[in-house]
Design a protein around this ligand. Structure first.
Ligand code: CA2
Length: 149
């Protein structure tokens, strides 16, 4: 069976590349999916790349990942700063969790400096643009390999 990494994207990330390029760049979420698929091929893993604007849907995917995924890479978007429910769902997942932010959340408004998800994430990658997803996927696979070795 192939090793699968869930790559989850939170609210409004479907607008990536279509607004606010000064913050998030020009690449669309489909472009990011393609970058991740290429990286996954190199790493010898499969990905399930998903986006939702709904908190419950993200939680359901995290629950699904419990049985199906080796690791989770997640950009929870605004839920990063608000969602204890997503934190609790991630705490019920046993594998590595890597949190991604395209922008440097620490150089923006104060409310973006706090992340509930960081309380569970094994690593956080922020401010590296969409390349952060590829870095996050690589780290997630490394952390998974270390976990099972
Ligand atoms: O930097 C990131 O990746 C964020 O997770 C993006 C979230 C923001 O709430 C976090 O604080 C940091 C926002 C995602 C919304 O993305 C858009 C993209 C283009 C146009 C409008 C929104």
């Amino acid at each position: 069976m192939s090793t699968t990494v869930y790559i989850l994207n939170g609210p409004n990330l479907n607008l990536l590349g279509k607004r606010e390029p000064h913050l998030y760049g020009h690449q669309t979420l489909d472009d990011v999916k393609e970058l991740c698929e290429t990286a996954a091929k190199d790493l010898g893993v499969s990905i399930r790349f998903l986006q939702s604007n709904a908190e419950h849907q993200l939680i359901d995917w995290i629950h699904e990942a419990r049985d199906r995924a080796a690791a989770i890479v997640i950009n929870p978007a605004a839920y990063t700063h608000t969602s204890v429910a997503i934190l609790d769902a991630l705490k019920a997942f046993d594998g590595p969790v890597v949190e991604i932010h395209i922008s440097d959340v620490h150089k923006r408004e104060d409310f973006r400096k706090h992340s509930y998800v960081s309380l569970r994430a094994n690593e956080v990658i922020a401010g590296k643009g969409v390349e952060g997803y590829v870095l996050g996927l690589k780290r997630a696979v490394e952390l998974y390999k270390a976990l099972i070795s």
